[in-house]
Write a protein that binds this ligand. Structure first.
Ligand code: GAP
Length: 520
């Protein structure tokens, strides 16, 4: 049995390594690379697209297949421009931006302040960790958090700052947001300069045109969220599916935002994918469903097995224009805890606005209540690319093996792995290649497979480890005689002799989505 040590590296190095690994092994390429790329736009390669499709499947199955009262749709990216007026995006989908006059770099003012608060929280956490070490088993975390002077002070300071920022943003008091940055002496994180411009609002939607001639063309937007396609189809789906409330509509699709501060690889992109579900409920019941979906969505993430401590809820102080309660599920990315998924109680804001702007009724007749009403909505919205990054970052490990050698392994949840098994004949000649191809051709209908007969077997194992293939199947001369092969497990590196006739069952047991879905 092998024992592994995980090699520890600095966070920055980890992130750099992740980006180069993603490129080297065909997961993610910078878009338009031969023209020097396009900032914050990325292409998914041959392994990336498989992993991404598997993540989509995990979400779709969990939402649509496992819930009798949720159906899926796929709506167009182009939508009638009035939709974005109704939804509030034309007037309110803005980021408060601030420029540093010395470095000429642009930042989101709210993110600068939130990062400052995150540092206060880190300090509080350090105090808690120190005390936990000192007191050992006798440590009462709750009591310490509520009575320790320093922890209380750090937390109260955060609260005061965030409340003030939320109030100022709500009141469009951008001068006060700048004043807050100056009072806290927040500096440009790259250069240390505190020489700031005023804060300005910047709309994030991309504009485009529909039509042939310049005079008659209609101004359109690329959708900044997929949710509106669900709202405007609410009655179409409700009537044709004949679902009663509560019921949900799910959708996976591209969204576009002109992010000014687009950094951190695929964490914040200008073109990205969302997986959104709107759950339509009777008015007055929304906060109960909101709590329920918060927990369900957390459980869905936890089932991936990336570590329970890597997730936390962040309840919003500053609510979006459409919400009466909102929380993020945050994940511990290589650059700290950041939003992975948003869960919003969106009230009847969107449907009522579309009623008003379109002049069409978007109401539901509730037979039990014997009344018509505009349903309330609880939304779950997760960024597919961000989830990809979370899974990829958490799975990528450098290990030092017993014999001192090293390997890089991508220990993806097996159901999500791009390739489920690699067929590796020790050599192509002596009929081993043909035998391998025969196994490949039998299993390819059930699993995404790879056949490879070049390079040493060690090198081929390492390549499969690097893309996260759960099984390697090695064919040798004995295979021809007794129809057995060597099956190597990615995680334990254990090798066992198994009958070819057992391969389908063994691979299925390990890689079936059932393994994830049954844990939710
Ligand atoms: N319909 C609600 C909505 O769009 P959001 O919090 O703006 O809410 C939801 O976005 C999720 O979409 C986020 O939690 C994040 O995972 C993802 N997301 C948002 N902007 C993104 C970007 N620029 N790049 C990648 N993912 C993004």
């Amino acid at each position: 049995m092998h024992k592994f040590k995980i090699k520890m590296a600095k966070q920055e190095d980890v992130f750099k390594k992740l980006i180069s690994h993603a490129k080297e092994y065909g997961f993610i390429f910078p878009s338009s690379e031969i023209y020097d790329g396009l900032s914050a736009i990325y292409d998914y390669g041959q392994n990336g697209v498989e992993l991404k499709n598997n993540i989509k499947q995990y979400w779709w199955k969990a939402m649509v297949q496992l819930n009798e009262n949720i159906v899926g749709i796929d709506t167009a990216i182009f939508m009638h421009p009035t939709i974005w007026k109704a939804s509030g995006h034309v007037d309110a989908f803005n980021d408060p931006l601030i420029d540093n006059k010395d470095s000429k770099k642009r930042f989101r003012a709210d993110v600068l302040i939130e990062d400052y608060c995150a540092k206060l929280e880190e300090k509080a956490q350090k105090e808690i960790d120190k005390a936990a070490k000192r007191f050992g088993e006798a440590f009462d975390k709750n009591e310490f958090e509520t009575t320790n002077g320093r922890v209380v002070e750090y937390r109260e300071k955060q609260k005061t700052i965030l409340t003030r920022m939320a109030k100022s943003l709500e009141a469009e008091d951008l001068d006060d947001v700048k004043a807050l940055i100056e009072e806290l002496e927040i500096a440009d994180p790259d250069t240390g300069s505190k020489n700031w411009t005023d804060v300005r609002q910047f709309n994030l939607m991309f504009g485009t045109k529909l039509g042939a001639s310049a005079d008659t063309a209609t101004d359109l937007y690329l959708r900044p969220e997929t949710a509106q396609g669900i709202f405007v189809n609410f009655l179409n789906v409700q009537k044709t599916s004949r679902h009663k409330l509560p019921f949900g509509i799910a959708q996976i699709g591209k969204a576009f935002r002109n992010e000014i501060v687009a950094r951190q690889f695929i964490f914040r992109m200008r073109e990205f994918e969302q997986m959104e579900m709107q759950f339509f409920v009777p008015p007055g019941t929304e906060l109960g469903f909101y709590e329920e979906w918060k927990q369900k969505r957390l459980n869905w993430h936890l089932a991936l097995g990336l570590g329970d401590d890597n997730y936390k809820f962040h309840d919003h102080e500053k609510l979006a224009h459409y919400a009466n309660a909102a929380a993020d599920i945050e994940f511990k990315f290589p650059f700290g805890f950041k939003e992975l998924e948003g869960i919003h109680s969106r009230t009847d804001f969107d449907l009522s606005a579309h009623e008003k702007f379109s002049g069409r009724k978007l109401q539901y007749f509730d037979a039990e209540r014997n009344e018509n009403y505009v349903p309330y909505v609880v939304e779950t919205s997760v960024g597919l690319d961000r989830l990809f990054l979370a899974i990829f970052a958490n799975s990528l490990k450098d290990e030092v093996l017993d014999d001192g050698s090293e390997r890089t392994v991508l220990s993806l949840p097996p159901a999500l792995a791009p390739v489920k098994a690699a067929i590796l004949p020790l050599m192509k000649k002596d009929g081993l290649g043909e035998y391998g191809e025969k196994i490949f051709n039998e299993l390819k209908y059930d699993f995404n497979m790879i056949y490879e007969d070049k390079d040493s077997i060690g090198k081929r194992y390492r390549r499969q480890d690097a893309i996260g293939t759960p099984f390697c199947i090695t064919i040798d001369h004995d295979s021809l005689a007794d129809d057995t092969v060597t099956l190597r497990d990615r995680d334990t590196m254990k090798q066992e002799r198994v009958a070819v006739s057992d391969l389908r069952r063994i691979i299925d047991e390990k890689t079936n989505f059932r393994n994830l879905l049954s844990k939710i």
